[in-house]
Design a binder for this molecule. Structure first.
Ligand code: C2O
Ligand code: CU
Length: 584
């Protein structure tokens, strides 16, 4: 490990640190004005009182310079392994205090003291080794969202016994594909993720595989989140409130009242006018759909969950991410030096509901009239700087990569119905796949697949709200969405917008009264990633349940298969989750 001799910007930041730790905690956004500070700061560094000063900065803590510029306030971890093809890190989940509202410490769950957790960065072909210790007061696991890996490394509730407080577990797997992924617990996720347990995992492509223009453009990782804080700055208790409030949180998901980019409210990002930028975004919010608007700018989407698209897409001035989803966008910021631009969140209609509990205990579920029209919320402040070079345009090739369409000839079809039970006056409601909550699903009703098989899944949304569907361990391709009325007549067929490998797809609300449906068809290739075997991805023994929808911990076993669920975490934890067993 080498130690960095302190250069001016770093000194300047340690000065800022001592100010911050003297109790005079300032708004994080103010620090972000200083680009150098923004790069190495993390919530724990400037807000954690026990890190009083940093006299020497260990360069390895910040990885290579490139990762350093990408991090934008995210913590970077020292790679403790000298082998350039191995990324080996220590990760600890623990309770800690982080200022979500400036000056008001919130007791949260952290990975290594920060929210979100550290940015993990590797290259395709690298082995990632994570020595994980659970110092939370409750069991947890780490799920590697979007990665193709051996089943017993997936950290899901059918793949791994939860890691008990004080216990450790080493995750070890090879990074197979280039994209932005993320990691989070798979135990009581709606609470553990909300409390702060989530981080970004960036896997870069090998040099030659990425177009030069894209590779040389400065990129920033943007972890988008919201958190629901009470007036004391505490993360609001899980499903707290009156039965009406509880039902609303279960049905619409827990929407936060504080929006965060890389753990900070309204951070400032300095951009050079006329110099292209690349933003890698992930939505880690429990339930908030993120439509991010950069007013007056033309955004080009070049990638999503599964890495680059085949062709860049011109997306207008906004980019849309459901919970769990990633987007890779490029654009040329343009603005007068010194001027500011607010990047803001814009609402999306997603079938939110209203709830009325009558005196006689009858629960009436209606439409939330604000759905799609909630006011805009500022997310991030861009400050334009003068560039000394002439302004440039995006010079993107028409063809970014080749994506093979999954061959669906002769593919078996499986139909999965997404629904919910009647809401009850005591605040209970169950979210269901094929009529069952997750704790009711056994190996008998879990779908099966053979290693190497291709299947078509018909994901039927019977409800009046959207459900962002996620499958573990495999990419899939979206074929089309078919809307039907309550008599089964086809209303509309919407083809997939483009060929793309994804691990998330939004199942849109039905159009019309109960009985109407939307059905999204996806193609899944159940082959192991290159270098993995059938044995790595198969289910060992078809373990049954697993994680109780009422948040009790059930018994479970190793590698029972691969989970799929709605990524509105309140839906997943109240039952909208199941698993597929893959056999050799
Ligand atoms: Cu992002 Cu099953 O999870
Ligand atoms: Cu859902």
């Amino acid at each position: 490990m080498k130690t960095l001799t302190i250069t001016a910007p770093l000194l300047c930041c340690s000065f800022a640190l001592s100010l911050a730790t003297a109790g005079d905690v300032q708004h994080p956004a103010k620090y972000a004005d200083n680009e150098a500070f923004a790069r190495i700061s993390s919530p724990s560094l400037y807000l954690n009182p026990h890190i009083a000063h940093i006299d020497e900065i260990n360069l390895d803590v910040y990885g290579d310079y490139k990762a350093f510029t990408e991090a934008f306030g995210l913590q970077l971890l020292p790679d403790i392994n000298p082998d350039p093809h191995v990324v080996e890190i220590n990760l600890e989940a623990r309770e800690d205090y982080v200022d979500m509202i400036p000056g008001v410490p919130s007791k949260v769950y952290t990975y290594n003291g920060t929210v979100p957790g550290p940015l993990i960065h590797g290259t395709v072909g690298d082995t990632l080794i994570v020595h994980f210790t659970n110092n939370l007061p409750e069991p947890t696991t780490i799920h590697w969202h979007g990665l193709r890996l051996p089943a017993d490394m997936d950290g899901s509730s059918v793949a791994q016994n939860p890691i008990q407080p004080g216990e450790s577990f080493t995750y070890k797997f090879e990074l197979k594909e280039a994209s932005l992924f993320w990691y989070h617990p798979h135990v009581r996720s709606s609470e553990q993720v909300e409390k702060g347990l989530a981080g970004a995992l960036l896997v870069s492509g090998k040099k030659k595989s990425v177009n030069d223009f894209i590779r040389k453009t400065k990129q920033k990782i943007l972890v988008l989140d919201d958190v629901l804080l009470d007036k004391h700055g505490r993360v609001e208790e899980f499903f707290a409130g009156t039965p009406t409030e509880v039902l609303l949180k279960k049905i619409n998901g827990r929407s936060g009242n504080t929006l965060l980019v890389n753990g900070r409210e309204l951070p400032t990002l300095r951009v050079k006018s006329g110099v292209p930028v690349r933003w890698r975004m992930v939505n880690i919010a429990n339930a908030r759909f993120m439509r991010v608007v950069v007013p007056g700018h033309e955004l080009t989407r070049i990638g999503g969950d599964g890495g680059l698209l085949e062709t860049p897409i011109h997306d207008g001035d906004d980019v849309f991410l459901v919970p769990g989803q990633r987007a890779d966008i490029m654009f040329v910021p343009k603005g007068k030096p010194g001027s500011e631009l607010i990047v803001y969140w814009k609402d999306t209609a997603r079938g939110r509901h209203s709830i009325d509990i009558m005196d006689d205990g009858v629960v009436v579920m209606g439409d939330d009239e604000m759905d799609g029209n909630y006011p805009d919320i500022p997310l991030m402040r861009l400050v334009f700087e003068k560039s000394h070079k002439p302004a440039r345009e995006l010079k993107l090739p028409e063809h970014l990569r080749t994506i093979e369409p999954i061959d669906t000839a002769g593919a078996a079809e499986t139909t999965l119905n997404f629904g919910h039970s009647m809401p009850m006056a005591d605040g209970t409601i169950k979210f269901l796949i094929n009529g069952k909550t997750f704790n009711e699903v056994t190996s008998d009703d879990a779908p099966d697949a053979q290693v190497g098989e291709t299947q078509i899944w018909n994901l039927v949304n019977m409800t009046g709200g959207d459900h962002p569907f996620h499958l573990h361990g495999f990419f899939f391709q979206v074929l089309e969405t078919i809307y039907k009325d309550e008599d089964g007549n086809v209303l509309e067929i919407v083809p997939a917008p483009q060929l793309e490998n994804v691990d998330m797809v939004n199942l849109p609300a039905r159009i019309g009264p109960p009985g109407a449906t939307s059905m999204t068809k996806i193609a899944i290739d159940f082959s192991p990633a290159e270098g993995l075997t059938g044995a790595d991805i198969e289910a060992h023994g078809g373990m049954a349940v697993i994680e109780n929808a009422d948040l009790d911990m059930g018994k479970r076993g190793r590698s029972g298969g691969w989970q799929f669920h709605c990524h509105i975490l309140e839906h997943a934890d109240t039952g909208m989750m199941s698993f597929v067993e893959v056999f050799q």
